[in-house]
Design a protein around this ligand. Structure first.
Ligand SMILES: Cc1cc2nc3c(=O)[nH]c(=O)nc-3n(C[C@H](O)[C@H](O)[C@H](O)COP(=O)(O)OP(=O)(O)OC[C@H]3O[C@@H](n4cnc5c(N)ncnc54)[C@H](O)[C@@H]3O)c2cc1C
Length: 486
């Protein structure tokens, strides 16, 4: 073992929490230097029934990056770019490489790794693969799953698996998928993106993407790269009604924008309360602001397309267009301020992530936003709703007072209501963040017939159940509001 083994209480406390609502103090932390270290730890953990949680930057929200056993942190040593092949537009990387670091080094070739989560400045490619992360430009770039060619993963036995090669495990996984193909196809969410459940209808590589460290631990990835777009333009549009904004999103998709982001009134009010300096004046009457981006080759083309977006937005009461890069960066601040502002509230309320990642079929977006709001109004809980409206995929952040009476119960009731709405609409529990621990108790409601396949595939790769137990597949009696950090 050449990596670090850390068992001191300060380190264990540091890794007990991540971006989400949970707290699990680990037994210890390992920072592996290579695949041999990972294999040694996994072999030992399997023999001794110790849970293993792989971890990148810890920016994942649903509690899949914390655990009671050993945490494997890939950011210190296994963070390199192994090889870049600009001609074939491919790169081989270690899991702990940060997305922005990778893209900075690819910029010299005019290439980049396409999925663009808002956490790109610190999240790792390993974490992105494990969650099937996506981002603001999913409309044109797709999710991580579409950009991963091959993975090298260590299994609990210590064995190293190359997902690009034929193997007995690949054959067995394929057979599980084939046996349950009808259920898996019938229960697939009718949404633009999905990170819930296991993707059992494709290759072994596709299955491992989005598996949240529950099937194997990734030690290397071969990914596809894409050419950077040459020109972009951006429109900021303000609406007096959430429904009108939702209807516009559905209509404007015909113009093939590269991103459509939404920010609701609660978020705009939070900006005002935090005295965020916004680049444009936003009247208090606004219920929602949209940022609509187009891209293409040539400034005339994108100017023409953004003008069409603006002229389609007849119900917008505010409209601003950014044509050059600087103006666009300024307008994007209206979206990028969301997480910092929600994270620094001073009124005792915390923005909590446990229903933060649902998505619905795009044609149901207007109805979805209205019904979401009603759920929170009925409980008198303020909620900030924002995110990837072009995919009908919204980050729903209830603002609750930790420790208040009925705190846990409110979390559970909100999760029950929001998840029931998603189910009724043929939506998904998670568009890009993963099921983690907060959604694991609900997965079976969305996949009642596919659940058997999910359990079989978990048992195939992790027969002792040491890899991230309670993530994706719930433990007996698992609940969304247990093991909270408050
Ligand atoms: C402000 C903010 C904005 C965000 N915006 C987006 C967004 O736009 N789109 C989006 O998709 N997500 C977003 N996220 C969520 C999160 O940042 C991403 O999903 C990201 O990909 C997680 O990467 P990470 O390195 O932080 O992984 P972690 O949080 O450390 O881990 C995430 C999962 O990956 C697993 N994992 C990590 N490394 C490995 C490995 N080597 N092998 C196997 N499993 C592994 C972990 O066990 C866990 O299940 C955002 C988060 C924040 C805080």
């Amino acid at each position: 073992m050449s990596g670090d083994l850390l068992f001191d209480s300060a380190t264990r406390a540091r890794y007990a929490e991540a971006a989400g609502i949970y707290r699990f103090v680990p037994m210890g932390v390992v920072r592996p230097r290579d695949a041999d270290d990972v294999a040694a730890v996994l072999g030992y953990a399997s023999e001794n029934a110790i849970p293993i949680t792989a971890r990148g930057a810890g920016s994942g929200m649903p509690g899949h990056n914390v655990g009671t056993g050993l945490v494997l942190d890939f950011t210190k040593y296994m963070n390199g770019i192994v090889e870049v092949d600009p001609r074939r537009r491919r790169a081989r990387v270690q899991p702990g490489v940060v997305l922005e670091t990778l893209n900075r080094s690819l910029a010299t070739h005019g290439l980049h790794f396409a999925p663009d989560p808002g956490s790109g400045a610190y999240c790792t490619v390993g974490g992105m693969i494990a969650n099937n992360a996506a981002g603001m430009r999913h409309l044109v770039r797709g999710a991580t799953r579409e950009h991963v060619r091959r993975l090298v993963a260590v299994l609990p036995s210590g064995r190293v698996l190359d997902t690009g090669e034929a193997s007995r495990l690949a054959r067995y996984a394929q057979r599980i998928g084939a046996r349950h193909a009808t259920a898996l196809a019938d229960e697939r969410p009718h949404t633009a993106k999905n990170s819930s459940g296991y993707d059992l209808l494709g290759s072994l590589t596709r299955l491992f993407v989005g598996s949240e460290g529950t099937l194997g631990v990734i030690v290397e990835a071969e990914v596809d790269l894409v050419v950077r777009p040459s020109h972009r333009a951006l429109a900021l549009l303000g609406f007096d009604s959430l429904e009108a904004a939702g209807t516009f999103v559905v209509d404007v998709l015909a113009l093939r924008p590269s991103a459509i982001e939404m920010m609701d009134r609660t978020l705009l009010d939070a900006y005002r309360a935090a005295k965020v300096k916004l680049p444009v004046k936003l009247p208090r009457s606004l219920e929602a602001v949209l940022l609509v981006e187009v891209e293409g080759r040539g400034s005339a083309l994108v100017r023409d397309r953004i003008e069409r977006v603006r002229s389609e937005a007849r119900e917008a009461v505010v409209a601003h267009v950014g044509l050059d890069a600087e103006a666009q960066a300024t307008l994007w601040q209206v979206r990028k301020a969301a997480s910092p502002v929600l994270g620094q509230r001073t009124d005792g309320r915390r923005s909590l992530q446990f229903v933060e990642d649902g998505a619905v079929p795009i044609e149901r977006l207007p109805e979805y936003v209205v019904r979401l709001r009603r759920i929170f109004e009925a409980r008198r809980v303020p909620v900030a709703i924002f995110g990837h409206a072009g995919d009908a995929h919204l980050h729903v952040n209830p603002l609750l007072r930790p420790g208040a009476a009925r705190f846990r119960r409110t979390i559970r009731e909100i999760a029950d209501d929001v998840n029931a709405l998603l189910l009724e609409m043929h939506g998904t529990l998670t568009g890009e963040h993963g099921d983690g621990r907060s959604r694991a108790p609900y997965v079976e409601r969305f996949f009642p017939r596919s659940m058997a396949a999910f359990r079989e595939v978990k048992a195939l790769f992790d027969p002792e159940g040491v890899l991230n137990p309670g993530v994706k597949i719930p433990l007996l009696g698992q609940r969304v509001a247990a093991h909270l950090r408050w």
